[in-house]
Design a protein around this ligand. Structure first.
Ligand code: SAM
Length: 269
């Protein structure tokens, strides 16, 4: 599904979050500088590729859960490069009328996503920053494809930990939450420092700082606060592999803390 990226000198000078992730998920949209950063992460934390796959598996399960609940509109923030198992693929396979808007602040991600979706009238990608939720919600493409007065799902999967400023993250999520219509959902997966040796965390953070996006792992209580005012869907905020797993074969099922990733889904009452 991924196609080789056109070499962009500027984009290739610095590792990018999206391309590091793409590399670990087996995609082709990455450069030498991304692969080097990815390998530094893997050397620090050998679980990294599996952590990313477990995150992606949570994303799929959450979208399937939402489809089961009748949700047919998705606003996917920090959507990443098109890789197998994109939200629109999962959603439109079940409900061809489902609508998806992808949002990312990385222009390479947006260009690739838009090209992939050229012939898909119900899914598209826009470039915006999650720290500016008002601009996203007012964006003409969002307004054209999504009906904000009906329930929709806002996905913040593996993106909020790249918003290092706690207040900016809380403010962005609060604005998104408050715009949800009753019956709408908020989905979050977020890297956590729970139980992580501080030196390992610091070294891992350095890799992302070089990628121009400091990484901010957050403790469980802080991740749970993002759902303020929403009804948390069972089983609440848990390690991603334990969020409604398909079965005991789920990656890290027996050692969920190894996922380093907390996940939850909240519903607007
Ligand atoms: N959500 C997808 C998933 O979980 O499979 C992709 C996650 S990927 C690890 C994180 C994405 O967030 C990257 O594509 C990156 O460009 C994007 N991102 C990082 N900071 C962002 C910001 N402030 N606003 C929008 N997107 C951002």
């Amino acid at each position: 599904m991924s196609s080789p990226a056109s070499p962009e000198p500027l984009a290739a000078e610095r590792p990018s979050i999206a391309r590091i992730y793409d590399y670990f998920l087996g995609g082709f949209n990455n450069f030498a500088v991304d692969r080097a950063a990815a390998e530094r992460l893997r050397a620090l934390a050998p679980d990294t590729p599996e952590i990313m796959r477990a995150n992606r598996a949570f994303l799929r399960r959450a979208v399937e859960f939402l489809l089961d609940r009748g949700v047919d509109q998705f606003l996917d923030l920090g959507s990443g490069l098109p890789t197998a198992g994109n939200v629109h693929e999962v959603a439109q396979e079940r409900d061809p009328a489902a609508r998806v808007v992808y949002v990312d602040n990385d222009p390479v991600v947006v260009a690739h996503s838009a090209a992939l979706l050229r012939d898909n009238p119900r899914a598209t990608a826009i470039q915006a920053d999650v720290r500016q939720p008002e601009a996203i919600l007012a964006h003409p493409t969002v307004r054209r494809l999504l009906d904000l007065d009906r329930p929709l799902a806002v996905l913040l999967v593996a993106v909020l930990h790249f918003v290092a400023d706690d207040r900016a993250a809380a403010r962005a999520v609060a604005a998104l939450r408050s715009r949800l219509a009753p019956g709408g959902y908020l989905v979050i997966a977020h890297g956590t420092d729970e139980g992580l040796p501080p030196d390992l965390l610091a070294e891992g953070q350095q890799v992302y700082t070089r990628a121009a996006s400091p990484f901010r792992a957050r403790p469980r209580a802080q991740v749970a606060r993002f759902f303020r005012g929403l009804d948390l869907v069972e089983p609440g905020v848990v390690y991603a592999p334990r969020w409604r797993p398909d079965g005991p074969d789920e990656r890290f099922f027996d050692q969920p803390a190894r996922s380093r990733n907390l996940a939850g889904v909240g519903r607007k009452p």
